[in-house]
Design a protein around this ligand. Sequence first.
Ligand SMILES: *Cc1c(COP(=O)(O)O)cnc(C)c1O
Length: 445
Amino acid sequence: MPYRLDMNSAFHNPHSAFESLWRPYCQMKTASPPVEVESTDGVILRLKDGRKLIDGISSWWTACHGYNHPKIVEAMIEQAKTMPHVMMGGIVHDQAVRLASRLAKCLEGEGNRVFLSDSGSVAVEVAMKIAMQHWANRSSTGRTARNKFISFQNAYHGDTTGAMSVCDPDDSMHANFKGFLLEQFPQPIPENDELEAAFDSFVDQRKDQLAAVIIEPLVQMAAGMRFHSSAALRRIERVCRKHDVLLIADEVATGFGRTGSMFAYQQADIHPDIMCVGKGLTGCSVGLAATIATAKVYEPFHSDRWEAALMHGPTFMGNPIACAAANASLDLFESDPRFEQVSAIERVMRDGLESLVDCENVVEVNVLGAVGAVRLKADLDVGVAVSGFVEEGLWIRPIRDTVYLAPAFTIGEEDLVKLCDAVCQYVKLDSRGECSSPSPPAPTP
Ligand SMILES: *Cc1c(COP(=O)(O)O)cnc(C)c1O
């Protein structure tokens, strides 16, 4: 039985050597000991005990070119030799200037502005501050009542307090802070006419309080790969335009090719006013994020009044090593066939995973770009699942009720098939064999 916890295996060493390290999203008293990784290469995590794992989830979806891409490593080393860091107050440097001019083109239109920061959560905080101050700067008093945000059920926008306030409020991850967080307006994603009408009237009634609507386009990845349609994004945009509310696309997870286009919003043909990027930006090397605003959003900040300036400036914003890594990563998107690779991954995952819809324990199977997800009827025991996958030489870490793959775009077909087979085996074991097979691939949503 591959998916049983083996308490005697080295993986479950009861004498924790990790006492001082406070691990994320983890009840450390009861959790299995972490996997000790010594080095990474391509799609491989090499463990301290010599085992190798094929990585199916690319370090929270960041390793778009695989680990240790030589071009990115080289760019970082070169930059570290010349200038590892310099403050951005009153100073600019080539790597940041070049990166900003490239990221500015990621939204339509001329004159877009790019604010660099160090993590996706901060990029969201900055987006929220920009949205609120946009309205304040436009008013004759310099103040605004438009300081609330609409976000959506199952949303995840980060772990800092502003970002937490736009996450799903009943989400177990941030539920402990209910009452402390700012209250925003979580809404269902308007997937049909009725929901759009309700969304429209909700926005209409509160437009004087609203700064912006924020959404993760096409896939709410951290919630466990919840998908919605391009049509829903167009409905949201329509309502935002009708009532003159800003639209923020949080592409921290979906950006840089993950869903098959450079950014997910492009598939819906919508036009966000502000976009947040992070995660894949540096090709899995070092923390960096950016908030990109259109000229329209930026315009009221451009003023003779000092108070109209954006008051934000993380110490390590625009870190030169991080910017060099991001520029090298963007070069790889230009020189290498990443989008063909993503389409190939999508095909393999459709073939490999879609027949699982016939299992009685499966709610849905979704594949889009380099994201493939199988949602089960019940939450699964993540620790047990992970240790089972590790025994098979694979790194797959489900989220709640969802087993998913989000591999590096450079993964070879053989490795990807192994990952898909392991997901199938896990799901079929979980269903106690109650899958009707063989079956033709299911129609895709
Ligand atoms: C991961 C994530 C964030 C937060 O990014 P961090 O770098 O972890 O702070 C924000 N939004 C989305 C959609 C994310 O997936």
